[in-house]
Design a binder for this molecule. Structure first.
Ligand SMILES: *[C@@H]1O[C@H](CO)[C@@H](O)[C@H](O)[C@H]1NC(C)=O
Ligand SMILES: *[C@@H]1O[C@H](CO)[C@@H](O)[C@H](O)[C@H]1NC(C)=O
Ligand SMILES: *[C@@H]1O[C@H](CO)[C@@H](O)[C@H](O)[C@H]1NC(C)=O
Length: 462
């Protein structure tokens, strides 16, 4: 057993929870950087669902029309990325280097440049190390409230009090803290003060990428795995961005390295995600530059976590099976007239948890792979991490009983209904559960984590 069960006492006062949300969008809009929708995995959830900017607890139930009014939820699984967090130590170091260069070498009269030089201070420190920020606490609290409004009969006070909502998390503090925040969102909504919630830490499930030897050896620690991204960095699009930034800062081209361009992009992204400010660093990029930066980051995710290599998605086999076993168990309990013991499962992990699973299931797949040379022809790609994996990104599966033996499975990505790849001919976002299982038959029969993650394959895996 690698699982550790943590019993925790719930305190209602983890953080203040504000129900106030601005009804006026305009003052807020000025705070949104013009490049905010290109921040890849450093992006704000609100950019993916912009109606939330006006009202962070708004839900759109009309998008979720079950095929029949008889449909009732049997089980819901939500796999959620942690909320907004501080930069990791590695990125803080890069940001420090850029800041030092700008302080030492740059002068200028433009207002935004003066602001960087005289008012902005480097407030990020290495010890922040990726921890959840206050905005991240709110991300998860608000998500909990919205999911409960969207699925009131299953994410309910009664089920929470009855212990039918189970929480599983990665051991990273940003994930544990996100789990606590999700619980706090529900508890505050229902004014629950007297209940002790539990959660289980399970890295085998939520950080499978750390346990899959073949993935670690062939991709994660293999410098050649990201050759397409490296070529793109050396290519004409990125070179042009570097030069434009050097021009804007009035420094010689060789001073602006790829790491510095990335640090500047991240500074803009972090200042926005963490503090909701439109920082002067954002002025270093125009929209075309941001699209190039986004492509570079998409290339990284594509080759490191998604369709680039088969083992990337296969490393999530353990989570894939866990999801379907739980759906089957709930369905069997329901069919035999028993109470479903685990009505809701909330699982908190990382972008690196969600992306391999999306890939295994076939979501966001384009006809052509992302490469160093096809930036221009990929402008309409569906593989766009800014839209797939903002902070608090989530994948929700809802199993319904629609009466007369008609069981359905609804997938949602970031609260929007999506269609299982391969089940598109029905144009039906709520397919029969048995059709979904037929679609993934090969994976359900195979996809054994131990086998696929072995370094030297025994030639048995499909
Ligand atoms: C936000 O949306 C929720 C759900 O749609 C609604 O109940 C609430 O009144 C809205 N709040 C504001 C301030 O518009
Ligand atoms: C809600 O969803 C419906 C159906 O998908 C869509 O037509 C409508 O525009 C959505 N409303 C909002 C406010 O997003
Ligand atoms: C969770 O995050 C809040 C806000 O950043 C922090 O004050 C608190 O110490 C964190 N709690 C845990 C358990 O890490």
């Amino acid at each position: 057993m690698t699982n550790m069960l943590w019993k925790i006492i719930y305190f209602t006062s983890i953080t203040g929870f504000s129900w106030c949300s601005s009804t006026e969008a305009s003052p807020e809009d000025q705070n949104i950087p013009h490049i905010a929708k290109y921040f890849s995995t450093k992006g704000r959830y609100e950019e993916v669902n912009p109606y939330l900017i006006k009202n962070i607890t708004a839900v759109n139930s009309s998008a979720l029309q079950p095929p029949s009014p008889l449909c009732r939820e049997i089980h819901l699984t939500a796999i959620i990325r942690h909320g907004t967090r501080y930069p990791t130590t590695k990125n803080v170091k890069k940001m420090q280097k850029l800041y030092e260069l700008v302080q030492d070498r740059v002068s200028g009269t433009e207002e935004w440049l003066r602001e960087i030089l005289t008012q902005w201070t480097m407030w990020y420190t290495e010890d922040m190390d990726g921890r959840l920020v206050q905005k991240g606490v709110q991300d998860l609290k608000h998500l909990a409230v919205r999911l409960a409004k969207l699925f009131p009969s299953i994410i309910s006070e009664e089920k929470l009090r009855g212990g039918l909502i189970k929480f599983i998390t990665s051991s990273k503090h940003r994930c544990v803290n996100s789990t606590l925040s999700f619980q706090a969102g529900l508890a505050e909504m229902w004014a629950i003060k007297d209940v002790q919630f539990e959660y289980t830490v399970n890295d085998a499930l939520m950080r499978f990428f750390d346990k899959c030897t073949k993935f670690i050896d062939e991709v994660d620690k293999n410098p050649l795995a990201l050759v397409e991204m490296d070529k793109f960095i050396q290519g004409p699009e990125m070179k042009r961005v570097q030069e434009k930034i050097a021009d804007r800062l009035n420094v010689p081209y060789p001073l602006i390295t790829d790491d510095m361009v990335e640090a500047a992009f991240y500074l803009c992204a972090y200042e926005f995600a963490i503090k909701t400010v439109n920082s002067p660093w954002c002025r270093l990029f125009d929209e075309a530059d941001a699209q190039v930066m986004e492509y570079k980051l998409d290339l990284k995710q594509f080759w490191k976590r998604a369709y680039g290599y088969d083992i990337n998605s296969k490393s999530s086999c353990i989570l894939f099976h866990d999801v379907f076993e739980r759906l089957d168990k709930a369905l069997n309990e329901h069919k035999s007239g028993q109470k479903v013991t685990e009505a809701v499962t909330v699982q908190v992990g990382h972008a690196e948890t969600l992306l391999p699973l999306f890939t295994l299931l076939g979501f966001f797949k384009n006809a052509e792979p992302l490469t160093s040379s096809n930036f221009a022809s990929q402008t309409r790609r569906s593989f766009r991490t800014s839209r797939m994996l903002p902070y608090a990104a989530n994948f929700v599966l809802v199993l319904y009983d629609c009466g007369g033996g008609d069981f359905r499975l609804q997938p949602l990505v970031n609260e929007q209904p999506v269609i299982f790849p391969g089940l598109t001919e029905r144009q039906d976002s709520m397919p029969l559960y048995e059709d979904v299982k037929r679609q993934y038959e090969e994976l359900l029969k195979g996809c054994d984590f131990e086998t696929v993650c072995e370094l030297f394959e025994k030639n048995v895996e499909v």
